[in-house]
Design a binder for this molecule. Structure first.
Ligand code: NAP
Length: 242
């Protein structure tokens, strides 16, 4: 059985990625942290569309939790392979650097950056043995441009861009591609408090994007057609650069 693991795959962008990967024939491992109801709804949507998925609840910011749940799952499924990994789980806790609490810094760095190390390292072993794999990391315009009030978030996403480029060079000869997708403003719970009307004037496309528009790029990057693309950061931001 070929699996795709989507961290934070129960809501927002990750939910749509999970649904699209199930449509491509993958059995989807939907990771989430605490919102069981959202996770069940995503699972039901996939099953209603004829796809197949499984819930895998663990906190990607915790090395211990990731090892205990994902590590055990891998141990217990020696015949199965996670062929696609989408490191999508992320949080933001915006504040000016001067006012930022240590917890606001460390929780964002742990969830957005350290998680990529915790999860990818576990999944990579089998990909290397199989000489095939697709890794897509969800970054952000904020990690490319840097946004005021987001030193923690921008730092975490810029870090993931560095990881993406370095890892792509480590595993390219094993036919594993590693790419990043950098959304701008996308309509999800994360941007709920941001008014589209206040920001759309600065976006050339004059609107926020949809999870489908981000998931479509992930679907392409994991497809055979994208086999010679690696170490790239693909922006999905309606033309919003600097
Ligand atoms: P969202 O709607 O807030 O959903 C976040 C998902 O991540 C949820 O399923 C959540 O699980 C999960 N999650 C959060 N912390 C986790 C943890 N420690 N362990 C496991 N799962 C965790 O977010 P989104 O807008 O879809 O964002 C998805 C990704 O895109 C993030 O990496 C974000 O930084 C990036 N991004 C988003 C935008 C945007 O405009 N929305 C723009 C640029 C980049 P629970 O449901 O259990 O809480």
């Amino acid at each position: 059985m070929k699996y795709a693991l989507v961290t934070g795959g129960a809501r927002g962008i990750g939910k749509t990625v999970s649904i699209q990967l199930a449509q491509k024939g993958y059995k989807v491992l939907i990771n989430f942290r605490s919102n069981v109801q959202a996770a069940r709804e995503t699972l039901e949507t996939i099953e209603a569309n004829g796809g197949s998925a499984e819930l895998l609840q663990f906190d990607v910011s915790s090395l211990e939790d990731t090892k205990n749940v994902l590590g055990k799952w891998i141990e217990n499924h020696p015949e199965d392979v996670i062929e696609v990994l989408v490191n999508n789980a992320g949080i933001k806790k915006d504040n000016l650097m001067l006012l930022m609490e240590e917890e606001e810094w460390s929780s964002v760095l742990n969830t957005n950056l350290n998680s990529v190390f915790y999860v990818t390292r576990l999944v990579l072993k089998k990909m290397i043995a199989n000489r095939y794999g697709r890794i897509v990391n969800m970054v952000s315009l904020s990690g490319i441009k840097g946004l005021p009030g987001q030193t923690n978030y921008s730092g975490s996403k810029a870090g993931v861009i560095g990881v993406t480029k370095a890892l792509a060079q480590e595993v390219g000869r094993r036919k594993i591609t590693v790419n990043a997708v950098a959304p701008g403003f996308i309509k999800t719970d994360m941007t709920e408090a941001i008014e589209e009307k206040d920001f759309k004037a600065m976006i050339p496309m004059r609107r926020f994007g949809t999870p489908e528009e981000v998931a479509g790029v992930v679907s392409f990057l994991v497809s055979p057609e994208a086999s010679y693309i690696t170490g790239e950061v693909i922006s999905v931001n309606g033309g919003l650069y600097t």
